[in-house]
Design a protein around this ligand. Structure first.
Ligand code: RAM
Length: 883
């Protein structure tokens, strides 16, 4: 048998629990050692029991044999799915010669509570303590008995705030649940299989509650943005072997108390007094007679939706690389990496002793922690010892961005074993890897990945250290493509799109920040921050760019369909706010943090208006809305013409004459003919006049190298990539950067640290060059006509000081990779691997192209070699004049 069906996923996840999608989408991969492996047909069976499926009975859905090569985004099309249903499925495929495969292994998914009426539980919380500034974290608990053998037990949990669920002494679930949403509109519900944690007889369930984004500090927006204090909602559905069912739900029969967590705030850190621990509180038999009755909130008007976002987890533990004792007796650790998460400390000492962990990204020249850039954030955690031998502590509802840790008040001698750093982020599986012969380029790529790890935490945040950490949409859209090469962000951005939709204004404007955290609703922008507008060019456009990116990378048409009307509203909003299709100059962010180059805001805003409109036309086309496709294409052309009339002269000069105006005009296809050629020359002249240096900010930087490369300037692109003089990517690396800095001039030899009020050393936006590395340097591109890498366009481009590069991307079909090497004598060798079920069009640079040793006539940069799955070797000869 040549084909094997493997790696079954439902809604992008292996065996997900608690879905609320009525038509979940199914995915599988093919495993084959043969070249050109592809399926010609498939059959999916979905059954309501494992036994039925084992008998090959698709009592829920039998797709029948479907003549199709599709392996991704297969929509379930069977009987209606019911609340709490558990569905088992498997697939059989046929190869090109119509030979059937074996059936795949069985996969499954479960549905959550689909009907609001099924929620019997009440939202429980603990009353605010008088005269306490920062409130202690409530502990809630309940003991209960189960009579009979347990067949299946499922917990559905969420909170307005954060929760850590405990069942019979064990922690259930992940960190920072239920995640950040606009709690006025929706909260995500997590589903857990707790069958093995419950026992016949006595049980206990409990939770620790945190303030989180609901009532703790959110960025610079203050605290209590959504509510006063946290509330918890839980239902455990228990099915006994005899068929009886029972529900354990939060209500007034639970008990609550304060515990050791004195406070725990995202932005202000945590304090934990181990002397106040409630030993055994989460186990049966605990005496809670001294605990209080919780109060039950009247209800909740928002939506309870199945959790979409990938859970937040500790994904790595880092050991410090050095430690130094300061004069004051504290210890300063270097973790060797700017990371996000928290520190765990081991300590032994007398009862009541307080140990403090303080976190910073950089050191001052005198070796002390550089804390100036935190604004009002306090990256400190305090632990009071109980004094009973070795104790260890790590926080729970806060996180920090840091490379250096100061350990204050430590009793005894601290060493490298005393602390570890826990790396925490949304656990989006790694999909991309990239390596070249150039150590600095490799470091740049590493910094880009760390920037993503440091900032994808429930939402794509701008930075992880100061009082900000918000879902800035401009940062997200410019980095989305890079992010989607690095990691599987399908669900992460699907969730974020709901945040954007929830924040979308009645006018149609998409906001700068999502969830908007009350910024607009509470009119904070007009009082506290009056420069804020809800429709910034390059920010609001995320509402179109992100769905398009998910379509390209995952072939996801549902995201386009679901948000189509919202995207139309955005474009129509922009149109209504133009002057003959030119967006006026207004107080927007412009090409944020560009360096010594101010891009006129009306140029930038009109260019982005054109871009969103063009993407919308393409999206309409994908969805088969041909009239809209033509309509928005015509609108795009009109905007482009208006752009040229308003801003471009006959000599190809664009108003503002910054690199960014040229880059956007070229990339968004706003120029034509000779003027276009002249504009390219002007862009190159600008770069050269600056000594081969860039000047782009957040919006220009992502397209800088792509627009140069697309327009015959690959050598200039490579020069910028490896430029080491200020400003450049490599400048930060030369000065020790382990993440991407917010600003090109975050620290310079001449001026030291930039303005502390805005000087993050872990902001991913300027790392959007990662996209170019994958798409152009390594040559791994998605074909929009066959998205999700069903057909890849492989076009590697050697240049500059790079002589070797290899990259892989784990697409939904499996691993696609390139590996190239350019020898000093011009011999070019390229290995390409294409996963089963996918194909590739390979463009080989140079002349005398050979595939697997055989000459291929006509092949090159303008004529592709079409290949199926498998591994291939290409060779060519590149003359000294380049590709
Ligand atoms: C800064 C944020 C973010 C950016 C906005 C305009 O405060 O850090 O990165 O998008 O401003």
């Amino acid at each position: 048998m040549s084909l094997r069906v493997v790696h079954l996923k439902t809604e992008y996840v292996v065996n997900p629990l608690g879905l609320d999608e009525k038509k979940p989408r199914l995915f599988w991969r093919l495993d084959s050692t043969e070249r050109g492996a592809a399926q010609s047909a498939y059959r999916v069976l979905v059954a309501s029991s494992r036994e039925a499926l084992d008998r090959h009975e698709g009592d829920q859905w039998d797709s029948g044999k479907v003549a199709s090569s599709s392996q991704i985004q297969i929509e379930y099309d069977g009987k209606p799915l019911v609340s709490e249903g558990c569905y088992y499925w498997k697939v059989q495929v046929w190869d090109g010669a119509d030979r059937p495969s074996d059936w795949s292994e069985t996969a499954f998914w479960t549905m959550g509570l689909l009907d609001r009426g099924e929620w019997k539980a009440g939202w429980i919380g603990r009353k605010t303590e008088a005269n306490v500034q920062m409130q202690p974290s409530p502990y809630v608990r309940k003991s209960f008995a189960v009579e009979g053998k347990i067949q299946r037990a499922t917990a559905y949990a969420t909170a307005l705030g954060l929760y850590e669920l405990r069942v019979n002494g064990e922690k259930v679930g992940d960190l920072f649940a239920p995640g950040f949403t606009d709690y006025d509109k929706r909260v995500q519900v997590q589903t857990y299989d707790v069958t093995r944690l419950l026992t016949e007889g006595d049980n206990a369930v409990g939770a620790v509650l945190g303030d989180g984004w609901y009532c703790g500090t959110v960025g610079f927006l203050g605290d209590k943005v959504y509510g006063e204090r946290p509330f918890f909602l839980l239902q455990i559905h228990i099915e006994l072997a005899d068929g009886t069912k029972r529900i354990v739900a939060t209500d007034s029969s639970w008990r609550t108390n304060r515990g050791p967590l004195q406070y725990s705030d995202m932005i202000k850190g945590e304090a934990y007094d181990a002397r106040l621990e409630l030993d055994g509180w989460d186990r049966p038999g605990f005496d809670d007679s001294g605990w209080e009755q919780p109060d039950v909130r009247p209800g909740y008007n928002g939506l309870l939706t199945a959790s979409i976002e990938p859970p937040v987890r500790i994904t790595e533990t880092l050991k410090p690389i050095s430690v130094r004792r300061t004069e004051s007796g504290s210890y300063i650790y270097d973790m060797g990496q700017n990371m996000v998460g928290w520190t765990e400390v081991k300590v032994r000492g007398e009862r009541g002793r307080k140990v403090t962990l303080s976190h910073a990204e950089m050191l001052n020249p005198d070796g002390s922690l550089y804390l100036d850039n935190l604004r009002v954030a306090v990256q400190q955690d305090h632990y009071v010892l109980k004094g009973e031998g070795e104790e260890s502590y790590e926080p729970r509802f806060t996180f920090h961005g840091f490379r250096y840790v100061e350990l204050i008040g430590y009793p005894g001698e601290a060493d490298l074993e005393t602390i570890v750093g826990k790396v925490i982020h949304s656990d989006t599986p790694r999909t991309g890897r990239l390596q070249t012969n150039d150590e600095m380029v490799n470091k740049l790529y590493s910094n880009i990945v760390w920037g993503q790890r440091g900032n994808f935490l429930s939402v794509p945040t701008d930075c992880p250290q100061r009082d900000e950490r918000l879902g800035w949409t401009g940062d997200a859209q410019i980095f989305a493509r890079t992010a989607s090469y690095n990691m599987d962000v399908s669900r992460f951005f699907t969730k974020f799109m709901w945040d954007m939709i929830d924040a979308q204004q009645p006018s149609g404007a998409f906001t700068d920040v999502a969830p908007d955290a009350g910024w607009i609703r509470h009119k904070m922008w007009s009082t506290r921050l009056n420069w804020f507008a809800p429709d910034n060019a390059g920010w609001g456009d995320a509402g179109v760019v992100i769905p398009w990116t998910l379509y390209l990378m995952y072939g996801d048409t549902r995201i386009l369909d679901t948000h189509y009307e919202a995207m139309v509203r955005w474009v129509e909003y922009l149109k209504a706010n133009t002057n003959e299709l030119v967006r006026p100059d207004y107080a927007n962010y412009g090409d944020w943090l560009s360096i010594d180059a101010d891009t006129p805001k009306e140029v930038l805003a009109t260019a982005y208006f054109a871009y969103s409109t063009k993407l919308l036309s393409r999206i309409a086309g994908v969805l088969g809305r041909t009239e809209d496709e033509a309509h928005y294409d015509a609108l795009f052309r009109d905007i482009a013409a208006a752009f040229r009339r308003a801003f471009v002269d006959e000599e190809g000069r664009i108003h503002g004459e910054t690199q960014t105006v040229y880059v956007l005009a070229l990339q968004f296809e706003l120029l034509e003919g000779r003027v276009r050629e002249l504009a390219i020359a002007r862009l190159v002249d600008n770069i050269r006049a600056r000594g081969n240096r860039l000047s782009t900010g957040f919006l220009g930087v992502g397209y800088l190298l792509p627009s140069l490369t697309d327009n015959g300037q690959l050598d200039v692109a490579y020069t910028l990539l490896t430029q080491e003089a200020f400003p450049s990517w490599m400048y930060s690396i030369k000065h020790g950067a382990t993440t991407i800095w917010e600003r090109w001039d975050g620290w310079t030899e001449h001026n030291g640290f930039q303005t502390p009020s805005m000087n993050s050393f872990n902001h991913y936006s300027l790392g959007s060059v990662g996209e170019w590395m994958f798409r152009y340097m390594a040559g791994l591109e998605a074909d929009p006509a066959q998205p999700g890498f069903r057909r890849a366009i492989v076009r590697p481009l050697p240049g500059g000081r790079l002589t070797e590069a290899k990259a892989e991307y784990e697409s939904l079909y499996g691993v696609l990779s390139t590996d190239w090497k350019l020898s000093p004598d011009g011999r070019f060798r390229l290995n390409v691997r294409v996963p089963a079920g996918a194909t590739a069009a390979v463009f080989v640079p140079g002349a005398d192209v050979r595939m697997d040793g055989q000459p291929v006539s006509g092949a090159g940069m303008s004529l592709a070699i079409e290949i199926g799955s498998g591994e291939y070797v290409f060779e060519s000869h590149i003359s000294s004049t380049g590709v």
